[in-house]
Design a protein around this ligand. Structure first.
Ligand SMILES: *Cc1c(COP(=O)(O)O)cnc(C)c1O
Length: 435
């Protein structure tokens, strides 16, 4: 498979280059040259395939010859190496629980796949790569875990001091080995700013090969299609109609992967982009105006994105046909009060515990179903409630038990380096590390 740069269609690269470079010229996103279609027979009989077979068939054409099939099979098996159950909340709404992975976040899937591919591509080379990421809490843990102990790769994570939950902080700081955590005396925006500055700094880039691990990277974005297929496999056993799929969205990588799978043949009735108060896309779907805004801080902070970078991929998918886009996707913007009320209500009525991101999705899907009462659907539950204890405890006054899989991690010590939000401090760290 070849990928072209959405900002310059003459720049065409293979999967390997797209994975190593992350993005193209002028910071353009890479996009697949064609969409391999799923067999009808495959989509209608998913239950006859194992999860590993489904994951392999989903990904193989995007990787092509660049990774041998046997190795790709191992990579996808490793990627989905935990349960992804579709649970019934009530008559019309199900929850696809994507949070049973190593860091209890759906980003585990993309991060794992990407790290395995990058590791394969760098094997037997003397090339060392530094993955640099800023995190508001959730991304960093998944990336750290995905890349932990992977040869030839150093990971440097910037996170805002005192602004991530205690579990999130452990996930960032306690691993050690090739993972370094920088505790930035500032906000998440400061962290992001520093990463951007580092990527355009001549001196750093002359000495270190930097790459990012956000959903802009095709190797992190594309494997997210897999769980839409795994959801459908379970859905087909429970319901006869096609599902409404509701995705809590920030940077729009996740929903874009679902739409991609849909264009390849995955059956779905409709998609919902559920946003918090960062409502650029819900507004766009209303009036066709794309107005970037400053980011608003909310309870569902992993979706606090003022300018969703993956949306250009959605526009490409729909060939910029606004009406078709509007017929397939509905957008909702949900505020913090509605988010908390939803957590309370769903727990009291159905005994199901949502965290803020999934609650945003639940509210949006319920709203859609009010206008379309004969339909049914599922939300993507993107994080475990235990990762957002403040909001959950506030809404339902319940202490969430930590899954046993985290016991080991919580016993480890935090190791981090504190820096002020200045490029020269980040630079000193990076250059020292690579001496
Ligand atoms: C990253 C994240 C999202 C948003 O996903 P996008 O692909 O950026 O739209 C939603 N929920 C949680 C918990 C996340 O960490």
């Amino acid at each position: 498979m070849k990928y072209y740069n959405l900002k310059d269609k003459n720049e065409v690269v293979d999967f390997k280059t797209a994975t190593i470079k992350g993005q193209g010229k002028e910071k353009g996103l890479f996009y697949p040259q064609f969409l391999p279609q799923f067999d009808n027979d495959f989509i209608e009989n998913l239950n006859q395939y194992s999860n590993e077979e489904i994951a392999f068939l989903c990904m193989k054409d995007f990787v092509g010859e660049e990774i041998p099939s046997e190795i790709l099979k191992d990579i996808v098996s490793e990627t989905i190496n935990f349960e992804i159950p579709l649970k019934k909340i009530n008559e019309n709404i199900y929850s696809l629980e994507l949070f049973h992975g190593p860091t209890l976040a759906f980003k585990d899937i993309g991060a794992k796949f990407m790290s395995q591919c990058l590791s394969y591509f760098l094997k037997d080379k003397n090339k060392k790569v530094t993955v640099l990421v800023a995190t508001s809490g959730d991304t960093g843990g998944a990336v750290a875990n995905g890349f932990y102990d992977v040869e030839n790769i150093n990971v440097v994570i910037l996170y805002p001091k005192n602004r991530v939950s205690s579990i999130q902080e452990k996930q960032l700081t306690a691993l050690g080995k090739n993972i370094s955590a920088l505790e930035v005396d500032g906000s998440f925006d400061d962290c992001q700013q520093l990463v951007k500055q580092a990527f355009s700094d001549k001196e750093i880039n002359s000495k270190i090969f930097l790459t990012s691990a956000n959903s802009i990277n095709v190797a992190r974005w594309l494997p997210q299609q897999i769980y839409y297929l795994l959801a459908l496999k379970q859905w087909q056993k429970l319901e006869s109609q096609k599902p409404i799929i509701c995705v809590p969205s920030g940077n729009f990588g996740n929903i874009c992967a679902g739409l991609l799978a849909h264009f390849r043949g995955l059956s779905a009735e409709h998609f919902i982009a559920a946003c918090n108060e960062n409502d650029v896309i819900p507004n766009y779907l209303k009036n066709e105006k794309f107005e970037v805004k400053d980011t608003v801080a909310t309870l569902s902070n992993a979706m606090d994105v003022g300018s969703p970078s993956n949306f250009v991929r959605i526009l490409e998918l729909f060939e910029n046909q606004f009406n078709e886009l509007k017929n397939k996707i509905s957008g909702y913007s949900i505020n913090d009060k509605e988010t908390l009320q939803t957590i309370t209500k769903v727990y009291e009525k159905y005994g199901y515990v949502l965290e803020p991101h999934s609650a945003v999705a639940y509210f949006a899907l319920e709203k859609y179903l009010k206008d379309n009462p004969e339909k049914k659907g599922f939300i993507l539950s993107t994080a475990h409630p235990v990762k957002f204890p403040d909001a959950v405890e506030k809404a339902i006054n319940l202490k969430i038990k930590l899954p046993e899989t985290l016991d080991e991690l919580m016993k480890k010590d935090k190791k981090s380096t504190e820096i002020k939000p200045y490029l020269k401090e980040l630079k000193r760290f990076l250059l020292n590390q690579n001496k």
